[in-house]
Design a protein around this ligand. Structure first.
Ligand code: NAD
Length: 340
């Protein structure tokens, strides 16, 4: 036998199988915009991978999916380098895990010498597709998908069809070069109407708003993209030389002043009880919002503290995504049948 052969039934074998599966599912999700499994199933596999790596650090490969931002660059698009890297988000799947995460972050920050109670910018996790907009001298010159975080796909022509994304920034104070990050999505109502029209025309409906948004923005023909009801909310900045904002929330105010679409659904909160109340409130309204959400994002509001906490190779250490428990799809399908 070969020295490196994988012993059957070993942890290494499970680890390698999981790695392969995660890669395969990521490819289908990011490259083909056609997921093979539900997000909940994918999250469970990913979590198991992280668990094995925590228990067996010797197995962790540099190119493990846990060390990378998922998403490659398809040959169908020109590859573009982001000026500043784009990241994913660390997920937590229960309120207990969220509490542990917040407590640890607050303790870490007070060790850095900041003893004031942290302000947390809390907002909806939009179930769409991450896009980076590059403005030079206030003019939109390029738009790209996140890709692997370093290199994305050039989708400028398609993004230009989204009316609410300004081709020129308004107001003052924008740096000569600034990267704006956000989420492109299809609002729930527009998605339902779009699908109805497809069905009426005898065509197959789109599976869900997230993949529809990703598929729409990654069309070869911008005229096709223009037919899709795409929207965007911005939620961050990449390269920003010369822009001196102090907090995430202040940055949002600046983005709004520049004419960029900022989500109305964010609040600056202090302490866990306020965050939990936000999560509960939006959990109840989840299906009555203008867009689909797959969770809540909690970010340290102060930018100096964000810089002090920094990043891992995959995620910022100053933000976390709480994912709502997956819903019983079967029950919902049955409900629909009953209504019919
Ligand atoms: P993610 O979607 O969990 O989180 C990171 C992304 O959230 C960011 O890139 C950003 O674009 C987005 N985001 C939305 N609202 C935001 C806000 N308000 N502030 C900041 N960012 C916000 O991470 P990911 O790495 O893109 O993907 C992982 C997730 O994608 C998984 O948890 C899974 O649910 C799904 N996925 C599913 C499959 C599948 O086969 N079903 C495969 C791969 C990934």
């Amino acid at each position: 036998t070969e020295p490196d052969a994988v012993p059957a039934g070993s942890v290494r074998e499970e680890y390698e199988n999981l790695t392969d599966l995660v890669r395969k599912y990521r490819f289908a999700y990011y490259q083909e915009d056609e997921p093979l499994v539900s997000d909940a199933e994918f999250d469970e596999l990913f979590r198991r991978l992280e668990e094995i790596e925590a228990l067996h650090p010797e197995l962790v490969a540099n190119d493990s999916p846990t060390q990378e931002v998922g998403g490659e660059v398809s040959a169908a698009f020109a590859a573009v380098e982001h000026l500043q890297r784009m990241y994913s988000l660390e997920d937590v799947f229960s309120l207990e895990e969220l509490e542990a995460w917040i407590t640890k972050a607050e303790a870490g920050v007070s060790k850095l010498g900041d003893t004031a109670q942290l302000a947390w910018l809390t907002e909806l996790k939009i179930d769409g597709l991450a896009v980076n907009l590059l403005y030079r001298d206030g003019k939109l010159v390029r738009a790209a998908t996140r890709g692997d975080g370093t290199t994305g796909e050039d989708i400028t022509h398609n993004v230009l069809t989204i009316k609410e994304i300004p081709t020129e920034l308004t107001g003052t104070g924008f740096p000569p070069e600034v990267e704006i990050r956000g989420e492109v999505f299809i609002p729930s109502k527009a998605f339902a109407e779009f699908n109805e029209a497809l069905i009426e025309a005898g065509k197959a409906p789109l599976a869900n708003p997230r993949n529809a948004a990703a598929g729409s923005i990654r069309q070869k023909d911008p005229a096709e993209t223009a037919k899709r009801p795409l929207r965007m909310f911005v939620h961050g900045i990449g390269a920003r030389e010369g822009l001196e904002t102090l907090s995430q929330s202040q940055t949002y105010a600046v983005l709004e002043q520049w004419g960029l679409p900022v989500s109305p659904y964010f609040e600056v909160l202090r302490g866990l009880p306020e965050i939990l109340a936000f999560i509960q409130r939006y959990g109840e309204q989840r299906h009555n919002l203008m867009h689909e959400i797959d969770g809540i994002v909690v970010k340290v509001d102060d930018l100096a503290t964000q810089r002090a906490l920094g990043y891992t190779s995959r995620v910022p250490r100053w933000a976390v995504a709480y994912k709502y428990p997956p819903e019983e799809v079967h029950t919902r399908l049955l409900d629909i049948r009953v209504q019919v």
